[in-house]
Design a protein around this ligand. Structure first.
Ligand code: DON
Length: 304
């Protein structure tokens, strides 16, 4: 694949895209970002790097962080994990309450907010210091010891996190949250506040493009079977009630966040991160989705 030529074509395509998205406001701190920022960084499994735009600028990764939390919980709990959370697409917005009551506090998957809150609960039950252990995983995966939580963003979310508070209390009422609600929410808000840039994100997700092995350190992070399963959940659930659209248009396992980031994996080939803060109506980066669609269409390569 001539990625150099491809990135030239992406640069031209970007000029044609009118960004019709809106920066997230329900977490006030997320609104303090320059809406015109854009970055894209592709890392191949043999460590070639291609990028455009502000790929060294940090942004709040929000729900993308849920993949790292799932990785840790899946390693600790193995198949028992699926007694607490499902692997099915929800077809609902990421913070929906309705389905959760019908399904007696059992979240459809680990990427809707309810599912990620259960994952946080499990990590609090299983780990001495879950916050530090999660950071250690991400720092090792991207090779940057300075990756950290952003208290400005986690505090902003804590002050406005009424829906997540409702979700965790509803699940507690069904017995699917074991720890103190405030501790679960605190870990969750910090998890979502992690700041990374596109280069670090693309590097950190390479283990899912390399059948579970971190190509940087050759360390196995998850079994090949677990890597396959995490990619499958990303494919079906990574974009909530737009997962079908992302599969249809881009055709790669991926995960979005309301900070405007999207990560996508081409198993056996590369990991790619895009950042553009303005979101479409479903809460996924408007320009990010458009440019990834262009990339897999132009390269005629997706998992399908
Ligand atoms: O809990 C929330 O609503 C946010 N911290 C995360 C939501 C998110 O990133 C959804 N992804 N597109």
């Amino acid at each position: 694949m001539n990625y150099k030529k491809l990135f030239k074509e992406i640069e031209t395509e970007l000029e044609k895209i009118e960004d019709l998205g809106e920066v997230a406001t329900y977490i006030p701190e997320l609104h303090n970002v320059d809406p015109g920022k854009f970055a894209i960084h592709l890392t191949t499994i043999d460590n070639q790097h291609y990028s455009l735009g502000n790929s060294n600028d940090k942004f709040s990764i929000q729900s993308i962080s849920k993949v790292f939390a799932l990785t840790m919980a899946f390693n600790l709990e193995d198949e028992k994990l699926w007694e607490r959370v499902g692997v099915e697409p929800s077809g609902t917005p990421f913070n929906s309450l309705v389905q959760l009551e019908y399904e007696k506090g059992f979240p459809r998957n680990p990427f809707i907010n309810a599912g990620a809150l259960v994952i946080c609960d499990i990590l609090i039950s299983r780990l001495e210091n879950p916050k530090q252990e999660l950071l250690k995983l991400i720092r090792d995966l991207c090779g940057n010891p300075d990756i950290g939580y952003c208290s400005r963003i986690s505090e902003s979310e804590r002050l406005t996190g009424h829906r997540n508070t409702a979700l965790v209390n509803l699940m507690k009422s069904f017995g699917n949250i074991k720890n103190v609600v405030e501790d679960v929410l605190d870990f969750y808000f910090n998890l979502c506040s992690i700041e990374m840039n596109c280069k670090e994100l693309a590097q950190a997700f390479l283990y899912l493009a390399s059948h579970g092995v971190n190509p940087l350190t050759k360390e196995r992070i998850v079994t090949a079977s677990k890597a396959k399963r995490i990619n499958a959940i990303m494919q079906l659930c990574g974009f909530y009630d737009e997962a079908g659209e992302f599969s249809f248009k881009v055709g790669l396992p991926g995960k979005s966040g309301v900070g405007g980031g999207i990560i996508a994996i081409h198993p056996g080939k590369y990991s790619i991160a895009v950042w553009s803060p303005k979101l479409n109506a479903k809460g996924n980066s408007y320009k990010g989705m458009r440019i990834l669609e262009f990339l897999t269409t132009r390269t005629k390569s997706s998992i399908f």
